[in-house]
Design a protein around this ligand. Structure first.
Ligand code: NAD
Length: 438
């Protein structure tokens, strides 16, 4: 399989060309013949014009690549090594929504041939690949797992907006369904991952490794968020405490903040789901989710409270009379800094909570697509700030916002207005405005 891929006798297909699938497909396309398969025709059109719909990759990344972009199952049929990288979201009850994964599996199952390989990259709970995907591949193709086709799991570790930890430079976990497949899968990935691969002893181990990478971050950020609620009551700044504690060799400096997006805020629910099936109720993981999911509402309530109380540090206190007579500017709506991705953005929770007080809210973000924000959250963004605001919430400090000075904030605020700086990036810059951070 490996030699035939490298010599272009066989083709590799990537199913799902999003944040994970596209860079992977383009990287493989430097070394072998690749079929980029997706169901989103709008995105496929952009990809054929060397445009990345998620704006992570420049047009130069598409140059001299042996790749076609298609939604045609007849083209998909021409591949022998399939990599599935479709979304694995949660539904409104926070339980895994495997519809995209199973539908992509069905597309592959319909064209699967003897000797083919199917590798999953989508984040799932331990056991999902073998319990959900393999039976579908077998029943639709009529082929036998291991005997006729092989399956592997190799989780992705890319971090959108982070050019340093790219696919090539980050060790990749690979796993297979037997020794032979593990060896071949490792060799195939080694052609594109300069940092090398880690051969996990089984698919379940590889699935679990991915889930705990994100669950560990989620729980640790939740701890910092809980501490920030406590430190707020104590009148001390969390970032000052973290800076002090971080001088100890074994303190890990996690910071508080909103946990949104497609991974950290979602993956732990996959683990919770599997744990429930095993009749175990994971307290730590669920608590982490509870704390992090509550932060948007907490930040909005703190904003209202502080606007009502007025700036305590001036003699001329200017508290608002009612939240319904106040205006708040929210800067940033994407799920994190310097990306355009708005999926599962917790900024929406801040907006909804403020709106429940009938506060007027303006949202700006140079990265986010206003039409998409409206479609996903029913939030109508504004092009630019207008008039004076009682408070500014620096929700997502994109690089476009980071150069703001205290005077820039003052120009947007009523006298002694409030700056809520969720990530604490302006804490040494804002001296004579009402200032609060997590
Ligand atoms: N984005 C990240 O930073 C990241 C990092 C590590 C792992 N992951 C995981 O990787 C997986 C993919 O995430 P993503 O962020 O790339 O998603 P994405 O939404 O950016 O892209 C998924 C792509 O799959 C396509 N798709 C959906 N259903 C399909 C189907 N049935 N057949 C073919 N194509 C289909 C969509 O049109 C889209 O282009 C998820 O499981 C995610 O949890 C994501």
């Amino acid at each position: 399989m490996y030699n035939q891929l490298i010599s272009n006798k066989l083709k590799l297909a990537v199913v799902g060309l999003g944040y994970v699938g596209l860079p992977l497909a383009l990287e493989f396309a430097k070394k072998m013949s690749v079929i980029g398969f997706d169901i989103n025709e709008r995105n496929l059109k952009m990809l054929r014009n060397s445009q990345d719909p998620s704006e992570e990759l420049g047009p130069e990344t598409f140059e001299n690549r042996n790749i076609i972009f298609t939604s045609d199952p007849e083209e998909l049929k021409k591949a022998s090594f399939y990599i599935v990288a479709v979304p694995t979201p949660i539904d409104k009850y926070n339980t895994p929504d495997l519809k995209p994964l199973l539908s992509a599996t069905l597309s592959v199952a319909k064209v699967l041939k003897k000797g083919d390989y199917v590798i999953y990259e989508s984040t799932v709970y331990p056991g999902c690949t073998e319990e959900e995907c393999v039976p579908l591949l077998e029943s639709v193709s009529g082929l036998k797992f291991i005997e006729d086709f092989k399956v592997g799991y190799s989780p992705e570790r890319i971090n959108p907006g982070d050019a340093e930890h790219s696919l090539q430079k980050t060790i990749k976990i690979v796993s297979g369904c037997d020794d032979e497949s593990l060896d071949i899968i490792a060799k195939v990935y080694e052609t594109v991952v300069e940092a090398g691969v880690h051969r996990a002893p089984g698919m379940k181990v590889a699935e679990a490794a991915k889930i705990i990478e994100n669950t560990q971050r989620d729980v640790n950020i939740a701890l910092m968020n809980e501490l920030s609620i406590l430190f707020n009551r104590m009148g001390i700044n969390t970032y000052d405490v973290i800076n002090a504690a971080a001088t100890k060799w074994n303190f890990v400096a996690y910071t508080p903040g909103l946990v949104g997006g497609h991974c950290i805020g979602v993956d732990p629910y996959y683990m919770v789901h599997k744990a429930s099936e095993l009749k175990y109720h994971p307290q730590m993981i669920a608590s982490g989710r509870f704390v992090n999911d509550s932060m948007g509402g907490y930040i909005a309530k703190q904003t209202v409270k502080r606007m009502l109380a007025g700036n305590q540090s001036t003699t001329n206190q200017t508290g608002i009379q009612s939240p319904s007579k106040s205006r708040v500017l929210i800067m940033g709506v994407t799920y994190k800094e310097n990306v355009s991705d708005i999926r599962n953005s917790k900024v929406a929770d801040i907006v909804y909570e403020l709106l429940s007080y009938r506060t007027e809210v303006d949202v700006i973000d140079p990265k986010a697509d206003p039409a998409y924000v409206d479609h996903e959250y029913g939030i109508k963004m504004v092009d630019k700030p207008t008039g004076k605001y009682n408070a500014i919430i620096m929700a997502v400090p994109h690089k476009e916002f980071r150069s703001m000075t205290q005077d820039d904030f003052k120009a947007l605020l009523v006298p002694h207005g409030l700056v809520v700086d969720i990530r604490g990036v302006f804490r040494n810059i804002i001296k004579d405005l009402d200032y609060w951070s997590l």
